[in-house]
Ligand binder design. Structure first.
Ligand SMILES: Nc1ncnc2c1ncn2[C@@H]1O[C@H](COP(=O)(O)OP(=O)(O)OP(=O)(O)O)[C@@H](O)[C@H]1O
Length: 260
């Protein structure tokens, strides 16, 4: 089987004091996949994610993104290369509209440089028009047109999550890391959110790497699913296989996965 790993984690370890949160962990995320990462509380999922996203530097081991060693590369540089993590709409952004929240994502806009505003106003206007058009396209794609002029702080939990997804679409992301995207989202909007993740994956070619406690959502979206426990990868495969593996379920969830 050919395997095109867009994220390749090799033998990565991270300890906090005496506690080894991630222990010689290796895993790969295939380009174009929606890969899930599950496991009980304290399994090391967030620590692993933080290392992939550049927020934490591993003690040992390597992380490759798109074939290049990015171990210890900070998040803003990974962002520029197309590896993005969704982040909650920050307080300061809650006072901007949904549309404005999208328009501020691509940094380094020509209008941010004073010299351009003074000497090249047409250039600035065209660039802003382009960003606005892109933001409107994203709003359309996510079917958020009815709230585009609403302050982000007034959106529902699910709409905020959609907007977070939308922010990743403003730059040309190759891989999006989603951390507990279902938390605080009602069931109806969760279906919207899931449908949009699928569309971004199928229609726009995004790869997703997803930490999630909602097993229904993992089952719907993810293939493969990687299971971590006590800092190690203990299984991976399609969700049906994971669900059907009584040893994993009993040993690491203590109950059937459906009830986790
Ligand atoms: N900054 C830190 N300092 C000290 N210990 C930490 C730190 N971050 C994580 N840990 C510990 O490392 C272990 C793994 O934590 P981590 O948050 O990665 O697990 P998780 O699988 O994401 O759990 P959850 O599902 O509850 O979020 C836990 O025992 C946790 O207490």
């Amino acid at each position: 089987m050919s395997f095109d790993a867009v994220i390749d984690v090799k033998d990565v370890t991270k300890s906090f004091g005496g506690l080894t949160a991630v222990n010689k962990c290796s895993l790969r995320v295939e380009r174009g996949s929606i890969t899930g990462l599950i496991g009980p509380n304290g399994a090391g999922k967030s620590t692993l994610f933080n290392m992939v996203a550049g927020n934490i530097v591993p003690d040992s081991g390597s992380i490759y993104f798109d074939g290049e060693d990015v171990t210890g590369v900070p998040p803003y540089k990974l962002f520029a290369r197309g590896l993005l993590r969704t982040f909650q709409i920050a307080h300061e952004f809650s006072h901007m509209t949904a549309l404005e929240n999208l328009m501020v994502v691509p940094g380094d806009q020509p209008g941010e440089r004073l010299a351009n505003i003074w000497f090249r106003p047409d250039f600035v206007r065209k660039a802003e028009h382009h960003v606005r058009q892109k933001a409107l396209d994203v709003i359309d794609f996510l079917k958020l047109g009815h709230v585009k002029n609403e302050l982000a702080g007034n959106l529902s939990g699910g709409q905020k999550k959609l907007l977070e997804l939308g922010r990743t679409m403003m730059v040309d992301a190759k891989v999006v890391l989603l951390d507990e995207v279902a938390a605080g989202v009602n069931r109806t909007l969760l279906q919207d959110l899931a449908a949009n993740i699928e569309r971004m994956n199928e229609e726009l070619g995004y790869t997703f790497f997803v930490i999630e406690h909602d097993m229904d959502l993992i089952g719907r979206l993810c293939d493969p699913v990687i299971v971590m426990a006590q800092g190690e990868v203990i299984a991976q495969g399609p969700m049906e296989e994971i669900r059907a593996n009584p040893e994993i379920i009993e040993a690491y969830f203590g109950s059937p996965v459906e009830a986790a």
